[in-house]
Design a binder for this molecule. Structure first.
Ligand code: HEM
Length: 633
């Protein structure tokens, strides 16, 4: 009866809202429903399609990735509501609506109940709202400075060179097929955030240990962080690797249970959680005393900056002033964890897919290499310079590749917002004043927004006989990886371009909170309309690590493609010797087969736990010294 009453109320609210709506018997974000899907989905699939057609797709996990823009087109609206017995949910792919939702942060807060799992080490900037969020954001945003980006650049260069050397056995190999790119990208970005975030250097292992689910299980070859410190049972690196590997049980099983369950996995999970927390507390205390004694040097990592931002200074300590730390140690720890979590998978995914997509689009890869040659003029990476070179990367084909990859495969496929209980809100949709009912969930559907033909310039599909996606955007090119869509002048040289600039109209509140009000892309590249391109979200709650991630991705692209070309591995279809003897036509055939398989993997084998990733198998890519390419057209 209660469910019936709630359903009737929800339906009445949807009718009165003026927003297009449909109905579904389940709420996707309900944990019990997600677990029950194992039973429900096969049953529903047996029912006649006409009964389930309008709603079933949208109650499946990751439907945003599976269906992309198609449901919005079918519905004839870029914003629609799904009425469920529990809560109503609005999905939007409309730039205008997204702009309103992200600008009016008090009217459309984050639904914090969906962020519970990210509070593993305490409250933090991602999992808070209102005054508490302002408080966290004020202290966590200044550390993401240009100074820190210099460190990110230097560390990425070092780590990426080590990664490539480990693949190619130093200088010995001229080409090699690598099947561990997803795992290695994950390791790389973990090392970069560990150094850039906490000043803990991690050394690329000489011999890679096994990895699981993309998370590094161990860090053989590390110096400082590989050894088990006094009072610990795991090394820093092992604790971190194991912690990230065990996130799922950590999120769903209560800590006291994990601690006491008589299973080895539970013990390892709890130990890694406990050990990494202890390491971080020790690092925090050591850094704090360095700051208080003025001996931190010119250390640029995020934690030092957070400690200082929280009010710890050598002057106050020397005057014997009592510490008036504005962010507690637990809160600093909570934020440190969220930097690792928010920062490493997202960036690693983007690096992984940039490489795969460039292997598919050979012309874009050659354009990228030519831009890199123009920027670096043959200088070795040891002579690359952040201030001189990175702004040019932003405005070149490297920036276009990064933007296009994040358009096609945004790591966060749904950004949640809501209206609070008792607080309905007006929203202008297609010029019409609508009312979002109270207690409504709202999802900014990034995958559909980035593919919305009403707000992106489109061209015809390159191969109408083989659409990139079976349902979405079959009549245009928005499903295709085409970095050239970002180039304002495809023939321009990459030497006179700028870093994404700051907006002069930035308001003071946004400025104190480190809110990025400038465009996400360089001024010399195409600028999508506001709200149409949201890989880093937009407005007050947009990503703090945007520039950190962009610098890392661009640096990896620059380092790899200035030395190597990346090709699709065709091992499944022909041996190296066979490829050697093939005519151009035969080579194309075998390459086309490999391309279709990689496209299939990137369409069907993807899923979200925290971010959108390849969940099955791996994409094999061949790294070939430049000039030795086998597939070049
Ligand atoms: C390609 C890489 C990245 C992407 C696509 C990305 C995307 C996002 C998105 C969509 C949000 C909003 C999430 C929400 O509203 O629930 C977000 C928030 C955030 N991101 Fe990132 N992120 C990336 C890298 C990073 C890195 C490297 C860091 C830190 C080192 C970071 C730190 C954060 C933080 C702290 C927030 C919360 C901001 C707030 O709520 O005030 N991100 N990111």
């Amino acid at each position: 009866l209660k469910i019936f009453r709630q359903s009737t109320r929800n339906l009445a609210a949807a009718k009165a809202s003026g927003i297009k709506y449909t109905w579904a018997p389940f709420l996707l974000y309900n944990n019990a429903y997600m677990l029950a899907c194992i039973v429900i989905v096969p049953i529903v699939r047996c029912l006649p399609k006409s009964w389930t057609e309008p709603w079933f797709d949208m109650t499946l996990v990751d439907w945003e990735w599976a269906r992309r823009y198609e449901p919005f087109k079918r519905f004839g609206s870029d914003t629609f509501m799904v009425v469920t017995p529990e809560r109503n949910v609005i999905f939007t792919a409309d730039a205008d609506v997204i702009s309103q939702l992200t600008t009016r942060r008090n009217d459309f807060p984050k639904p914090l109940e969906l962020y519970e799992s990210l509070r593993l080490y305490g409250n933090n900037v991602v999992t808070s709202e209102g005054q508490l969020w302002r408080h966290h954001r004020k202290i966590t945003s200044p550390p993401f400075s240009e100074k820190n980006n210099h460190l990110v650049f230097a560390e990425t260069l070092a780590q990426c060179q080590d990664m490539v050397d480990s693949w190619m056995d130093g200088e010995e190999e001229s080409s090699k097929t690598i099947h561990t790119i997803a795992d290695d990208a994950m390791r790389l970005s973990l090392h970069v955030i560990s150094r850039g975030g906490f000043g803990v250097p991690l050394k690329w292992p000489t011999k890679t240990k096994a990895t699981e689910n993309g998370h590094v299980k161990g860090e053989e070859g590390n110096t400082s962080s590989a050894s088990v410190s006094k009072g610990h049972t795991m090394s820093y690196a092992d604790a971190l690797g194991s912690l990230l590997h065990s996130l799922f049980p950590l999120i769903i099983v209560p800590k006291f249970l994990l601690r006491n369950l008589p299973f080895q996995w539970a013990k390892t999970t709890y130990t890694s959680y406990d050990e990494w927390g202890d390491y971080m507390k020790e690092i925090l205390q050591a850094k704090k005393s360095a700051v208080l004694t003025g001996t931190e040097g010119d250390n640029l990592d995020l934690m030092i900056a957070m400690i200082k931002g929280a009010g710890n200074t050598a002057e106050s300590a020397s005057k014997g002033e009592a510490s008036r730390q504005t962010l507690s140690d637990d809160e600093i720890l909570g934020n440190a964890f969220i930097f690792i979590l928010a920062g490493h998978e997202t960036t690693a995914d983007s690096i992984h897919f940039c490489l795969a997509l460039l292997a598919i689009n050979i012309a874009a890869q050659r354009h990228l290499q030519s831009d890199l040659d123009e920027i670096f003029q043959g200088r070795p990476p040891s002579q690359w310079d952040y201030d001189q070179d990175v702004p040019k990367l932003f405005g070149s084909m490297a920036g276009a590749v990064m933007n296009e990859e994040l358009r096609l495969i945004p790591p966060v496929i749904g950004i949640p917002k809501s209206t609070a209980k008792g607080s309905p809100q007006t929203l202008i949709i297609d010029g019409k004043k609508c009312t979002v009912p109270e207690n409504t969930l709202i999802t900014l559907n990034t995958t559909a927004t980035h593919r919305n033909p009403n707000q992106w310039p489109t061209g015809p599909p390159s191969d109408p006989g083989h659409p990139t996606h079976p349902l979405s955007n079959r009549d245009n090119d928005l499903e295709e990886f085409k970095p050239s869509r970002w180039l304002l002048d495809p023939n321009s040289k990459a030497s006179t371009t700028n870093i994404p600039n700051q907006d002069n109209n930035i308001n003071t509140e946004a400025s104190t909170l480190g809110v990025n009000t400038s465009a996400d892309t360089s001024s010399s590249l195409y600028r999508p309309p506001k709200g149409a391109y949201i890989p880093f979200s937009e407005g007050y709650r947009s990503c703090l690590g945007r520039r950190f991630a962009q610098v890392e991705i661009l640096t990896v692209l620059a380092l790899i493609f200035s030395q190597y070309s990346v090709e699709l591995a065709v091992d499944a279809y022909a041996s190296d010797e066979e490829v050697e003897k093939m005519s151009e036509r035969e080579k194309r055939e075998v390459w086309e087969k490999a391309k279709r398989e990689v496209e299939r993997q990137m369409r069907e084998d993807m899923g979200t736990v925290i971010t959108l990733q390849l969940r099955k198998g791996s994409i094999g890519l061949r790294f070939v010294r430049r000039g030795r390419e086998r597939f070049d057209w």
